[in-house]
Design a protein around this ligand. Structure first.
Ligand code: GCO
Ligand code: MG
Length: 402
């Protein structure tokens, strides 16, 4: 089999998605998600200008060699743009192989280790009462794990809490919106939320919280310690992703489990952290972390240290990444949990999906390859629109982490 062509499809049904489609001389094609929220066109250019010409004529079954071709062969390695492009190629090649061998992706990477994938939902509210209600609604839908984010008195915008009743979907069309932040108010408020959540919903539901990189190491250590009585499933991105030594301080002060890595893109962002056992859950999504080939290595390395996966799964990753993640989650032994934010219904006008939510878990059918498809005629109905993630300042105007 040979790769005969490849193209990049950009579509924006409610938000931008970038999809790589690789075609072969046997009529089989594969899909990869190349969406990098707010920087979509950078990946489009990387693929069109630098990768697609090198793909033509290659054997799509040589996935390991292709991975190293685009990783080592670029010389300028790593980084989110590069690794999102590498991931899109890699996932599309696995999709082709599954279809050619007429078997679902999970069978190519070890077979099923479980029948269904535990997922966590998002629950947000403008204050503690509203968040309690939102968590209750997710439990009523059947979720057994819920991430809770709440508005903070005295802060206009808080990460994860949308205005009005809109679903939380980071990136807005037009230029970046600014939000404002005071860590002190946040730190004093969040433990009150989790106290109320445990009092209201008991010990059984898994509760998660995302700090979104906003604490310094000593602040994160204090927060993790103050949340300890509420037995979180995890505290996510308690310090900025690049501040790896910060995790040591958290560990020294708390037993709250730590998740990190949605902004990481290679094993080299994790390796020292894993050996020292400074965190518990790997967040790097397949779509940004070099694809299935690379995540298999990252997850295997983590398994040596009893670290589990908990892949990123917001709506800014396309259904192609969600399907790839679900196959992966089914197959590996050290799966922990999967983030699941359902896409808006209009997204399914363009993408045909093969997974569904069922009582706290996701199940995926056994179509060959990934099992997700894209309708190109529908995709062109939703042209790209520039969108940015918000930027964040302290209330005195200082530029801060979003
Ligand atoms: C999460 C993330 C997202 C990111 C978003 C950025 O845990 O789901 O933090 O909400 O902010 O993916 O594009
Ligand atoms: Mg996050």
């Amino acid at each position: 089999m040979k790769i005969t062509s490849a193209k990049v499809i950009v579509t924006s049904p409610s938000r931008n998605f970038v999809t790589l489609k690789i075609e072969t001389d046997e009529g089989i094609y594969g899909l990869g998600d190349a969406t990098l929220n707010g920087r979509e066109k950078a990946v489009v250019a990387y693929l069109e200008e630098h990768c697609i010409p090198m793909l033509i004529g290659r054997d799509p079954f040589q996935i390991e060699d292709s991975w190293y071709l685009f990783y080592r062969g670029a010389y300028w390695r790593r980084g989110p743009v590069t690794m999102t492009a590498v991931a899109a190629i890699d996932v599309a090649l696995w999709d082709i192989k599954g279809k050619a061998l007429n078997t679902p992706l999970y069978n190519l990477i070890g077979g099923k280790s479980r029948e269904k994938v535990m997922v966590y939902a998002h629950a947000n509210g403008k204050d503690i009462e509203a968040t309690l209600g939102a968590v209750g609604r997710e439990i009523d839908k059947g979720f057994i794990a819920v991430r809770a984010q709440t508005g903070i008195p005295g802060i206009i915008d808080t990460y994860g809490v949308p205005k009005g009743d809109a679903p939380y979907e980071p990136a807005v069309r037009g230029l970046a919106q600014e939000s404002f932040w005071e860590t002190e108010k946040y730190m004093n408020h969040v433990p009150k939320l989790f106290k109320r959540l445990r009092e209201t919903y008991g010990e059984d539901v898994h509760l998660l919280h995302d700090v979104h990189h906003r604490c310094t190491p000593i602040e994160a250590a204090r927060l993790a310690r103050e949340l300890e009585p509420y037995h979180l499933f995890w505290l996510e991105d308690a310090v900025a992703g690049e501040l790896q030594e910060g995790l040591r301080l958290i560990r020294n002060h708390s037993t709250t489990p730590i998740a990190i890595g949605e902004v990481f893109n290679t094993i080299y962002d994790y390796s020292a952290l894993m050996v020292e056992q400074l965190f518990d859950y790997i967040r790097m999504p397949i779509g940004h972390g070099g694809g299935i080939t690379h995540l298999l290595k990252v997850a295997a390395f983590g398994s040596v240290y009893h670290i589990k996966t908990g892949f990123h799964g917001p709506t800014d990753l396309s259904p192609v990444t969600m399907a790839a993640a679900l196959h992966f989650d089914l197959a590996i032994n050290n799966f922990g949990i999967q983030e699941y934010m359902p896409h808006q219904a209009i997204v399914n006008d363009v993408f045909k999906i093969n997974y569904k939510f069922d009582k706290g878990y996701m199940i995926i059918d056994d179509s060959p390859g990934l099992g997700v498809d894209i309708d190109e005629a529908k995709a062109v109905k939703y042209p790209y629109e520039r969108a940015y993630l918000p930027i964040n300042r302290k209330t005195d105007g200082t530029m801060f982490h979003w």
